[in-house]
Design a protein around this ligand. Sequence first.
Ligand code: ATP
Ligand code: MG
Length: 240
Amino acid sequence: MERIKHKLLVMGGKGGVGKTTIAVNLAYALSKKGFRVGLLDVDIHGPNVPKMLNLEDRELMSKENKIMPVKFSDNLSVVSMAFLLKRTDAVIWRGPMKHNVIKQFLEGVMWSNLDYLVIDFPPGTGDEAISVSQLLKDITGSIIVASPQKVALLDTVKAIDFSKKVNIPIMGLIENMSGEIFGEGGVEDTAKETNIQFLGRLGLDAGIRESGDKGIPFVISNPMHFNTIVEKIVNLCEKR
Ligand SMILES: Nc1ncnc2c1ncn2[C@@H]1O[C@H](COP(=O)(O)OP(=O)(O)OP(=O)(O)O)[C@@H](O)[C@H]1O
Ligand SMILES: [Mg+2]
């Protein structure tokens, strides 16, 4: 773990707001900049990272008693519960078992020297978030993803409160799915009200959903906009 420079948690109070989409694209974009990146999916019940990177049929191997992450590319390695399951298996576990597997994913994986470890969380502030906050030392920050409608913002404020209570520094908020349907600007307003950095917004766009379904990060075909967000994150990490 000590050989990982920056540890970023992608979280959000609400389900389906685009946490995994942002985590996958952030990890991919960082790897394309030449950084060595690990992407850890701690969504034990609904692990979607492999699907979004078209790695669904891969499995975790072990070497010298350590778990070897699945390689997406030379610079991007991935670990997910999905690599241990058949596609339709449901995981029926309570907190302590999830804690153990997350411990394995953090301490038992040969992550090697990473510039960035990006961790994709399930929605909310349950077992997985508590486990990571206890197990992972020196977290660089959390990136909280939210959509702009009022019901999502209510949950966002809870995610912010959680980060503060467990002493995870909040790097900033991202507004996802903004536009006519869910509105625009609500997350930026929440950022101002709570005195947290606003990292940028992504519109609700069928192309983003399609690339997720195909397992091809949308940042490959649309680098400009998302890269502004990525650069902000890199700058904030390097300033620390
Ligand atoms: N900006 C966007 N425009 C259109 N579709 C999007 C956008 N962001 C995410 N999606 C789509 O919305 C769905 C949910 O996104 P995603 O799985 O990333 O959310 P999540 O917050 O990780 O969900 P969960 O809470 O289940 O982990 C996916 O089908 C994804 O492709
Ligand atoms: Mg997700």
